[in-house]
Design a protein around this ligand. Sequence first.
Ligand code: IDP
Ligand code: MG
Length: 150
Amino acid sequence: MKEEMTLLILKPDCVAKSLTGEVLRRFEQSGFGIRALKMTRLSPDLLNEHYAHLRDKSFFPEIIAFMTSGPVVLVALAGEDVVARVRDLVGPTDSRKAAKGTIRGDYGVDVMVNVVHASDSKENAEIELRRFFAPEEIQEPGSPVEKSNR
Ligand code: IDP
Ligand code: MG
């Protein structure tokens, strides 16, 4: 059976504050596996597509400015029920309302500057993974050691 995967974007604030390792550690420690990882800068075109559901909001230009303000880290993360469980680990959109112990509650600033994006449904996860990764960039589960023991 195909494993469930979600798309994470460690946002410019996360990278700028050197929180990349800490955020990845939380996901790995929760039992999820990294299947793809790359640092990049997002184009306004790609962000227009990714945040199309917010295009009519007055703050839309600010989101594009924030998300293009520095490099981000894109992650394909896999595991059982990963989409829903990662949203729980991340916390609600507004960091000020997020509980301590969640990533946004611990490291986010406000409703916009909130450390990490995570797909909100399995359907959107598949669309978003295709948006940011070529199929060959996503690895199969299992280390070479595990594989050689099969
Ligand atoms: P989510 O990231 O929790 O799924 P969405 O509603 O999909 O939240 O919004 C996408 C991103 O747009 C948020 O993570 C945040 O960076 C930004 N955003 C959402 N709502 C606001 C707002 O009211 N003001 C400023 N930025 C916002
Ligand atoms: Mg969203």
